[in-house]
Design a protein around this ligand. Sequence first.
Ligand SMILES: C[S@@+](CC[C@H](N)C(=O)[O-])C[C@H]1O[C@@H](n2cnc3c(N)ncnc32)[C@H](O)[C@@H]1O
Length: 229
Amino acid sequence: MTITTDLWHHFGRTRAERDRTVPRAFHWLWSQEGGPGSEILGDLTGKVIGDLGAGAARQAAHLATHQAPARVDAVDASPAQHAMATDLFGHLAPRLRIVRSDAVKHLRTTAGTYDVLYSVFGAVDFTDPRELLPVVAAGLRPGGLLAFSTLAHYLGGAPAESDVVPADIPAKTPDGEATTMRRWVLQEHLWTKVLDESGFTQIDVNVLPPAVEGPRSAATLLVTAVCQA
Ligand SMILES: C[S@@+](CC[C@H](N)C(=O)[O-])C[C@H]1O[C@@H](n2cnc3c(N)ncnc32)[C@H](O)[C@@H]1O
């Protein structure tokens, strides 16, 4: 049996202790303030939506509450994030469904289900795009939309990769030991190439500058693409 350490144990924990509210706005930017919002996803009325790497499901809770989708599935592989999301927003069922699963595994069992799939610095950042994006295309209905935000460069300013390769970035185990995890920080043209190879069309990549400059600020790539009919 393989036991995987949950490297997302600490993420969002401090905020969850003091803020249990459904966010009033949806943000794509790394800073989680300002910039475009859920209008990027189009009219969500009656649509089936999936958040890939939803974390505490704050964005998914926002859509379930402030829009009128048929359902939002907040998918996350981390047991800690799943527990946090269930504690914070479990009461929004059945419109919000909190799913503990790896995104690739989940999408392999849900072919043709979704009208819209999105990721806010979520599964798209931390999963090999050549493995994930083809199953994202399969999970969408023909003509369905994928939107994701990801880092335009590394935190600290180093440029994005010029090949489809991950970097080992610092992470912490649940008991606080330093370790690493893989993150894909890719140049714009590489996202376009892998999306094209994965069955997407109408690929659009926008670079959004940080709302506020600071040592941990970063530009965001906001990418949208349509699943080929
Ligand atoms: C930086 S957090 C972002 C969470 C949330 N989207 C937000 O904006 O707060 C990344 C999340 O992606 C999840 N994740 C990474 N790879 C995943 C995968 N292959 N399948 C499902 N979840 C994944 C992690 O467990 C983590 O909760």
